[in-house]
Design a protein around this ligand. Structure first.
Ligand SMILES: Nc1ncnc2c1ncn2[C@@H]1O[C@H](COP(=O)(O)OP(=O)(O)OP(=O)(O)O)[C@@H](O)[C@H]1O
Ligand SMILES: [Mg+2]
Length: 213
């Protein structure tokens, strides 16, 4: 059976990931693809418990503890959801994946990049998303959007300086993986971001079709 694909959406809080993920699911369904929508941290029973721990405002934890818990949740996510779905031939779309660990725990919290590379290799071996869409927004804009919809969690209550570092981390990953990662300007009006995403998806879809011929 033909393998499925793995697509991830990345960006700081309020970038528009959830909004565009819903569109992406419809887009892929319209192509006749079976889609599994999931998120990180989370996506499994154990992962969702780890997510609750990680987002809980009452907890403080060492930056490396946070990184280890993120990768622990990811290990479970790969084992229970992502890899089985891809092996069935389904497409998996995840709201965040390991690029977020480099951005948040690496640049945001200061965990050594090399340690994250080691964790990534340990947990994923040579497995990477087939496509990652990074939605880039200025920190203030992301914050305004999130503040208008819900109360802040342990990450969302971080400073602007923290989110500036996170954004730098994402941009560094885009620089390292220019083929896999596509950057969208999330500060544009919603329909323009969607049109740009549609362009990225059409390109990706055509490329897949060409490779499978
Ligand atoms: N390009 C845009 N223009 C205007 N509003 C937008 C745009 N993108 C998203 N929004 C709005 O901003 C809010 C946050 O968007 P969304 O929940 O999709 O972000 P997110 O990246 O999933 O955030 P989080 O990381 O907190 O889950 C929503 O109310 C959404 O409608
Ligand atoms: Mg969201």
């Amino acid at each position: 059976m033909q393998n499925g694909k793995f697509i991830t959406l990345e960006g700081i809080d309020g970038a528009g990931k959830s909004t565009h993920l819903a569109w992406l699911e419809d887009y892929l369904c319209s192509k006749g693809v079976k889609v599994v929508v999931t998120r990180e941290p989370g996506g499994t029973a154990v992962g969702e418990q780890l997510r609750a721990l990680l987002l809980d405002q009452r907890h403080t934890m060492h930056a490396e503890t946070e990184a280890l818990l993120m990768f622990a949740a990811r290990r479970e996510h790969l084992d229970k959801i992502i890899l089985p779905a891809i092996q069935r031939g389904d497409w998996v779309v995840s709201d965040r994946f390991s690029d977020a660990s480099f951005a948040y725990q690496g640049c945001g919290r200061g965990v050594a990049w090399e340690k994250l590379v080691l964790l990534e290799q340990w947990v994923q071996e040579d497995f990477y998303p087939d496509l990652t869409v990074y939605i880039d927004v200025p920190v203030m804009l992301g914050r305004e959007r999130v503040n208008s919809v819900k109360a802040a969690d342990r990450f969302e209550s971080e400073t602007d300086a923290f989110f500036d570092r996170v954004r730098t981390g994402y941009l560094e990953r885009v620089r390292q993986f220019p083929q896999r990662m596509q950057i969208l300007d999330g500060s544009l009006p919603l329909d323009e971001v969607r049109a740009a995403l549609a362009g990225v998806m059409e390109h990706f879809w055509l490329n897949q079709a060409l490779h499978e011929k």
